[in-house]
Design a binder for this molecule. Structure first.
Ligand code: ZN
Length: 581
């Protein structure tokens, strides 16, 4: 077996030079996006972390994009379109967010950085002839005068127009391998007779003047897809500059794409194109992707370019937990816990000059230490992008356990708001000392419920879209405190669903029923699914089913379990929706 460190060194010897364009602000500051579209908001982060951690791309090759200028955008887009992007209701409408809660400047920042990344990558690859991968972009639905489908502006058309203005006259080829047709891009490039747009799509949006469009049948699998790609490459002119929109929405089960590729098939696609483009200036972009595996397609594009390999990313690899593990190892106990030094506040408390505070959480963390950890994990920066500031951590007793709260302020809201609240206790489960989560609430009081973002059961205000970060941090806390696991009792389906990456029900039968439920509800949005469960509209093997709020756990040390029982129960039960009464 090859160890991680040796694997990284081998990768370093084998890899071809590519440049990677990435900024943490590629994560869109939209808290409800994951729930409403199935989009993984951390896709660029996950791909960047994996490509660095695996050694596929060296740290020196990760470049920060610059923000695109209005002048650059104005070469392609009408003044009317550009002016409209300054209005929160326009951007809000495009991304399905209430304009009142939209951090419009932050969202525009993300999009302008992505466009800047595509232009920077274009200039770079024209100079070096090495492939460039920009981890956000391929906004092919934006036309000269009309935005569309999560695409306010067209980064590819804008980059082409910019290098044309700088004197580049060569043949441009855009291979649009996103699952949807490049309607906006084709319109933007209509007047450029040295630009070829070739596209494979799974959706018929009617004729697409100016593009070589192949419509593939619904559910099209790897082999026929690759045959169609081969034919497209035979027809395409040889490029002096190429763009590849290596869409992640080609995967089977994508919420918006209709094709049926596997992650391996998407990698074969990228390898075929990478060989065809060998030695030519080329910019690769992620396009769409609305499944949890879309990041694997994007990271796989980087591996195809750098290592020319079909080797999969290990199925059990969790980018967030790996990343947070590394950050945790860099946080010292002295930074998180009590240093033993006396502060003025300590002295004043000892002298009775001020009320006694709860100084430590779970006998270890100071409030300052907790705040530092939230900063290092990137949580406070993400909250700032959602419109919050002046963060403060507080501890007190909260019913069943100790309560931790993260407070923050925002324009238009009166005083400090609770953003995160957790009630925690050290308590054994199956005889293993565990971090027991009695209550966890992630609150975004700037956001409002709407038709597109209805109230989830148990919510007072919409969530922050950061449940994965919260549960991963709780796991790091359990490790730090020397506990054997993390346990919580999900009061609703959506809570168990959000935690399922890392946690499983303690009872194998219960876990089997849960997996069957996830399987049988997989065609629905999380909202529909959790409402069906809460409203008691599901039947288990024909009988009415009520949600079972049992303990879920993540074990840090091994706990015996018979995987056969989970599988047996999962196969035994089937959920169906009861007809409306
Ligand atoms: Zn698409």
């Amino acid at each position: 077996m090859i160890g991680r460190a040796l694997g990284r060194r081998l990768a370093g010897l084998l890899r071809r030079p590519i440049s990677l364009w990435y900024d943490p602000r590629y994560r869109l500051p939209l808290s409800g996006l994951e729930g409403s579209t199935g989009m993984e908001p951390r896709r660029a982060d996950f791909a960047a972390w994996w490509l660095a951690a695996s050694g596929a791309v060296s740290q020196q090759r990760v470049r920060a994009p610059s923000r695109i200028s209005i002048d650059d955008l104005a070469r392609v887009h009408s003044p009317r379109l550009l002016e409209s992007l300054g209005r929160p209701e326009v951007l809000g409408g495009m991304f399905g967010v209430d304009p009142g809660e939209l951090a419009a400047d932050e969202l525009l920042d993300s999009l302008r950085l992505a466009c800047g990344g595509t232009l920077d990558a274009t200039r770079d690859t024209l100079r070096t002839r090495e492939p460039a991968l920009n981890l956000l972009g391929g906004f092919h639905h934006a036309g000269p005068d009309a935005a569309g489908g999560f695409c306010p502006v067209d980064d590819v058309a804008v980059a082409i127009a910019a290098v044309r203005a700088e004197g580049f006259l060569g043949q441009v080829v855009v291979l649009d391998l996103d699952a949807h047709p490049p309607d906006g891009l084709a319109a933007c490039l209509e007047a450029d007779d040295r630009a070829f747009v070739g596209s494979l799509s799974g959706s018929d949006w009617g004729p697409l003047p100016g593009a070589d469009e192949t419509l593939l049948p619904e559910g099209c699998q790897d082999d026929p897809y690759l045959t169609a790609l081969e034919r497209l490459l035979q027809r395409a002119p040889r490029p002096a500059l190429a763009y590849v929109i290596a869409g992640g929405d080609v995967l089977a089960g994508d919420r918006m794409g209709r094709l049926g590729l596997t992650v391996r098939g998407a990698r074969r696609r990228d390898l075929m194109v990478a060989r065809w483009l060998d030695g030519r200036p080329q910019v690769w972009l992620p396009g769409g992707g609305y499944t949890k595996d879309a990041w694997r397609v994007l990271a796989g594009t980087g591996m195809a370019l750098s290592l020319r390999t079909l080797r999969p990313i290990p199925p059990g690899y969790d980018p967030l937990s790996s990343r947070f593990g590394r950050i945790a190892s860099e946080l010292t106990p002295g930074e998180l816990g009590d240093s033993g030094d006396l502060t003025t506040e300590d002295l004043e408390e000892a002298l009775g000059l001020r009320p006694t505070r709860q100084r430590l959480l779970l006998g270890f963390y100071t409030a300052g230490g907790m705040e530092l950890a939230l900063h290092r994990y990137g949580t406070l920066e993400q909250l700032a992008r959602l419109g919050y500031r002046n963060f403060r951590v507080s501890f007190d007793q909260g019913g069943a356990g100790e309560r931790m709260r993260l407070l923050g302020e925002a324009d238009g809201l009166d005083g400090p708001q609770v953003l995160v609240e957790a009630i925690l206790e050290k308590r054994p489960c199956l005889g293993v000392p565990a971090l027991y989560i009695h209550w966890l609430s992630l609150r975004n009081p700037r956001a409002h419920f709407s038709e597109r973002r209805p109230r989830l059961p148990g919510q007072e205000v919409p969530g922050l879209g950061m449940a994965r970060e919260a549960s991963t941090m709780l796991m790091r806390m359990a490790v730090r405190l020397g506990l054997g696991g993390v346990v919580f009792r999900p009061s609703h389906y959506h809570l168990a669903y959000s935690a399922r990456h890392a946690l499983a029900f303690v009872d194998p039968d219960r876990q089997g029923r849960f997996l069957a439920l996830v399987r049988d509800l997989s065609g629905r949005t999380l909202l529909e699914a959790t409402q069906l469960v809460t409203e008691g509209r599901l039947l288990l093997n024909g009988q009415p089913y009520a949600w079972e709020a049992d303990e879920m756990a993540y074990w840090l040390r091994e706990v015996p379990e018979d995987p056969g029982e989970v599988e047996r129960e999962k196969l035994r039960v089937h959920f169906t929706v009861a007809p409306p009464r």
